[in-house]
Design a protein around this ligand. Structure first.
Ligand code: PMP
Length: 439
């Protein structure tokens, strides 16, 4: 699309972006179908504004970090104050890093020691590296539908086309075949498949990494027995169990999903909601595994990062945690989440649209498929009507409502959302679904 001098400023900025930034955006899936030329100029609470003067109520929430709402004033103030006071030194340690580590150890059952990164991908990368260092083994197990970041060992089988399920489906080229070969992909919630894989390869499995609730395909709720099987099989084989709680951590509970399900992994990776939007990740777990990181003299697993423990990010995390602990954040988002799920379910029934609304706490997703059973496996999700899923979300944009218009993406409620926001979402969804069905 070309833009002359009269074009809205969003179009002009987006065109400049496409000239100097590949695809015009800085991360995959930021280019929004149905909302070309999206240039964000401001956020606050449950809303964001664009360069074209449009305002949206945001149920996407930046893929999940702002559990308190965008640009929470206390978090922003704390980050700015730390930035002005210390900036970043990158030697030694700051007291903030210690306070944050102490709280993560206190809150998360598996975490005896913890290291900070700047992203979730770094955390999962290091989880697999240290697992291989600890066990001297080669293989990692991941599950179809789970996403653990952009690095080679896990860049496969997230949202796969039906014909790709059951074989390696890399999401990028440029990955060495021997790296892909060292990753076994299994179906989520299939305990029998896990037992079979361990019977055959257990002696060579370094780690099993899993999103305890695979939210990168909306929400596949785990069978308790499946998570227990992961714990039993990894323990028996001497493999490391990694819960990737980058999404579920803090969002569903201060102790993560592990404190909800009662299964304690060996390592936990964290990110997103810890710092409400500041760039953060963390890896924590058993002290003997964490002590293998080269932050201890002579230890074998190299670990580094110029920005790890950045004072502004740490201050943002401490302010976020303070608010999560002192205010009824979880009660609020769980109540609104339950309301959204119940009322969307009733809405689709009234419209006669086959749908299953699922999720947990603040996370919700409407799959357009026959119910009433909640989907539990990636195969179940293949029944979702992708054109209705993406189509109604594109129509929502006309109502000033934002749920990411990409297939299988989850939506989020924050502490800043109100019942009135939910009322508007329900009205907008009804109009949007009707409009798609009338086409
Ligand atoms: N793990 C999970 C479960 C995630 O959802 C993500 C990001 N969507 C990551 C890891 C990677 O985190 P980051 O984008 O911060 O590298």
């Amino acid at each position: 699309m070309s833009s002359g001098p009269d074009a809205p400023s969003g179009a002009r900025i987006a065109e400049r972006a496409r000239t100097v930034v590949p695809g015009g955006v800085n991360s995959g899936q930021r280019s929004i179908p149905g909302l070309t030329d999206l240039v964000v100029t401001g956020t606050g609470g449950a809303r964001f504004r664009t360069a074209d003067g449009r305002e949206f109520t945001d149920f996407h929430a930046a893929f999940g970090p702002p559990l308190l709402g965008h640009n929470d004033p206390e978090v922003a103030r704390a980050a700015a104050e730390a930035g002005a006071r210390i900036g970043h030194m990158g030697v030694g340690v700051t007291e903030g890093e210690v306070q944050l580590a102490e709280q993560l150890v206190e809150l998360i059952p598996s975490v005896e020691k913890v290291l900070l990164t700047s992203t979730g991908s770094e955390a999962t990368f290091h989880a697999l590296r240290v697992s291989r260092a600890a066990t001297g083994r080669r293989l990692v197990v991941k599950f179809q539908g789970c996403y653990h970041g952009w690095h080679d060992s896990v860049s496969l089988n997230v949202i796969s086309a039906p014909e790709k399920v059951g074989s390696h489906d890399p999401i990028s080229t440029g990955i060495l075949p021997e790296v892909l070969d060292a990753t076994l992909v299994l179906p989520f919630n299939d305990s029998e498949a896990v037992r079979r894989a361990f019977a055959e390869h257990g002696h060579d499995i370094a780690a099993v990494i899993v999103e305890p609730v695979p939210h990168n395909v909306g929400a596949l709720l785990p069978h308790q027995e499946f998570l227990t099987t992961l714990r039993e099989e990894t323990t028996r084989a001497g493999s490391v169990l990694v819960f990737d709680e980058v999404i579920t951590g803090f969002r569903h509970d201060l102790g993560g999903w592990q404190s909800i399900c009662g299964v304690t992994p060996d390592l936990t990776t964290l990110g997103k909601a810890i710092a409400n939007g500041a760039p953060v990740g963390a890896i924590g777990g058993r002290a003997d595994l964490m002590d293998l990181f080269s932050t201890r003299p002579g230890a074998p697993a190299f670990f580094a990062g110029t920005y790890n423990g950045h004072p502004s990010v740490v201050a943002a995390a401490l302010a976020t945690l303070r608010k999560l602990r002192e205010e009824p954040v979880h009660a609020h988002v769980y109540r609104l989440g339950n309301r959204v799920r119940a009322e969307l379910t009733a809405l689709y029934a009234r419209l006669g649209v086959p749908a299953v609304v699922t999720g947990h706490g603040s996370v919700f997703v409407s799959y357009f498929m026959p119910g009433p059973e909640t989907p539990r496996t990636y195969d179940d999700l293949l029944a979702n009507d992708a054109s209705l899923f993406v189509g109604y979300r594109r129509k929502l944009l006309d109502h000033g409502l934002f749920e990411l218009p990409l297939n299988l993406k989850r939506s989020h409620i924050s502490y800043a959302h109100t019942d009135a926001d939910v009322d508007r979402l329900l009205e907008g969804t009804e109009a949007a679904v009707k409009a798609v069905l009338a086409e």
